[in-house]
Design a protein around this ligand. Sequence first.
Ligand SMILES: *Cc1c(COP(=O)(O)O)cnc(C)c1O
Length: 546
Amino acid sequence: MTLSKQEMLNKSYFFESEQTLDDGIEEKVMQMFASCNQVSSLEKQIDEITDQISQDFLSTIDSNTNIDLDSLLERFSDSKIPVQPTNFETYLKYIGNNVVAHSIHTSSPRFIGHMTSALPSFVRPLAKLMTAMNQNAVKIETAKSLSFFEREALAMLHRQIYNLSEGFYTQHIQNNLSTLGILVSGGTVANITALWCARNAALGPKDGFLGVEKEGLAAALDFYGYKGAVIIGSDLMHYSFDKAADLMSIGIQGLIRIPADCNNRINLPALRQTVAECRQQNLLIIAIVGVAGTTDSGGVDSLKDIAEIAQEANVHFHVDAAWGGPLIFSEQYRHKLAGIEKADSVTIDGHKQLYLPMGIGMVFFRDPYLASSIEKQASYTMRKGSFDLGKRALEGSRPGMALLLHAGLKLIGLKGYEFLIDEGIRKTQYMAACISAMPEFELLAEPDTNLLIYRYIPEQFRGLVAKKALTDIDNEIINNVNESLQKNQRQIGHTFISRTIKKNINFGNDNPVVAMRAVIANPLTTEEDIQAVLNDQIQIAAKISI
Ligand SMILES: *Cc1c(COP(=O)(O)O)cnc(C)c1O
């Protein structure tokens, strides 16, 4: 027996309560699905309200309101779904006042402490189009043209990284056996995917052994005669590598973190020695990781040297360029990434320095067949020989983010991205110069890219800093002041700088130094904004008692 829609809606198990429903419920719900070409459609009404909310949000200069977290969590403590549909206007007002109002203005020119910043205006209407199309990029049957469109966008970036021959791109761009890159939700999934491919390729099927993919890690290590498996990189590797090591069953102890030098780069002699030791101990090195733009301070490893070490050891070389990858667009600064073209895999985040919305990460492969080591099939979809993107990916259902990625590359272009990258670095150098000239601050390292590490120095210590005569106790007091300063600044909400902990660079010992961390990527940030942020810090710091 099939129930009518009304009967289904009325069945008491459909809603939790025994209450009888409004007669208008079907109409109310069906109206929500009405097409937007109906003049008086709900969508148009909602659009008007959300456009207003969004404009107000985007034009706010303060980085956030000063509401405290306790009163926020109180506002969101209702765990019941309403029985009846809520009135739209009431609800939108509620979101505006409670969620949007107290959200972080990541696009504010004075929010210069994290890797999330302003977006170009074209992404907002395109995101709406993407949602309207509601493609599922997992397979051709739910994303037809978009699958090829996505491959094209990934090929463009692959070419920018590896610059292989015209013939290479003609052959692989739309070849269903090839994978130039995978579009994922972020740098974390990109890094995990890269290492997953590296592991499966290193422990693949051989002489009747079915490979790590089918038989698991213990059997694979046993078959190949290894005592264990490791991943090697610097201690500034992003914590997504801990997740990768955990998921791949090598354990976080299998992730070898080599101390970075004072320039935030992996110590190369220590890397060489570790590689030699692992080989002596019969450990499989799944990959050596180079970081292009550490999350913490923007440092770039010497990728060329790591590439050489990896090549000599015949080990997969992965570059985590989630943050720094877009430096390849800059004539002036791309030399910092020299050697990236030798990487077997590269991670780049679109939602960082490609100025695209959250939810765009990518991994690229030098060998277009490497990702076949993770390929999966299902009888109802993902058939062998199909163009289904989901067969070589960690994620399943996934939105048509390619629409935004492709648009960014086409609408901003090489020259546009070059301008954005160069501007960020120019303004970071401007900020570094301001800080060096101000007695209130100490620059903790010359910026490598567009991240800047510095700290506030309370008045009584300024002379000692100049003479490099701070004691460990002085340093601890300064640490406490900087911690309070950053927390107070964040709470007040006019401007924002983040905070990290660095080893004590000036003392040559390992005492921790609480550091301010500026990230200058927002094209709307001006020199005046930078001064305003520093002045805000000076004013807040003056009120901190020591
Ligand atoms: C941001 C970042 C990641 C993680 O990327 P998500 O997009 O946050 O998952 C990994 N590595 C580096 C160097 C990053 O900057």
